[in-house]
Ligand binder design. Structure first.
Ligand SMILES: Nc1ncnc2c1ncn2[C@@H]1O[C@H](COP(=O)(O)OP(=O)(O)OP(=O)(O)O)[C@@H](O)[C@H]1O
Ligand SMILES: [Mg+2]
Length: 151
């Protein structure tokens, strides 16, 4: 049974760090929009471009799962509706689906981002984070129970 792994959490939660470890351990094909957007020379805050790329990645993930390949989507998945869409897509293909939700206290996120901001890849301020925290739809226990997460 192929596995689809979704990373979920706010910036600084450690999603990409975890995704890269799982890429080796599973092993799985990792699709990380931030790396592709940056690698293509596009602004990381270009939301229409990100939406188009993620749409293509979802199609690619469906093909890979169909061929039995394990996939990690490092999208962050802030919206419940989008998580539901991916879970249902994968289940329809007979795949297992894991939601790796990284819940980290706000002050710790800001601390980590202050350090990461220094590498200049992308700068996320505390003001931006405050706005993000208001729109992020954290999964609750009932939702987490819908996934195939291993202990
Ligand atoms: N478990 C951890 N404990 C402490 N620091 C961590 C941990 N995981 C990641 N970090 C550090 O926190 C920073 C953010 O990690 P990472 O880039 O993986 O987060 P992210 O969730 O992918 O963020 P974004 O949504 O912006 O892509 C990095 O500098 C990373 O080294
Ligand atoms: Mg990341």
């Amino acid at each position: 049974m192929p596995r689809l792994i979704l990373t979920c959490g706010l910036p600084g939660a450690g999603k990409t760090t975890l995704a890269k470890r799982l890429e080796r351990e599973v092993p799985a094909i990792l699709l990380c929009p931030d790396e592709w957007i940056h690698g293509l020379g596009v602004d990381l805050f270009d939301e229409p471009f990100r939406a188009r790329l993620e749409h293509r990645f979802k199609t690619l993930a469906r093909h890979l799962l169909h061929h039995g390949q394990d996939v990690i989507l490092d999208f962050g998945f802030w919206d419940r509706a989008e998580r539901d869409e991916l879970r249902e897509m994968a289940r329809a293909l007979g795949a297992q689906v894991e939601l790796r939700y990284l819940e980290v206290p706000f002050a710790e996120l800001v601390r980590r981002l202050e350090i990461r901001n220094r590498d200049g890849f992308v700068v996320i301020t505390e003001d931006l984070m405050t706005g993000y925290a208001q729109v992020f739809e954290a999964p609750d226990a009932a939702e987490l129970g819908l996934y195939d997460n291993r202990p």
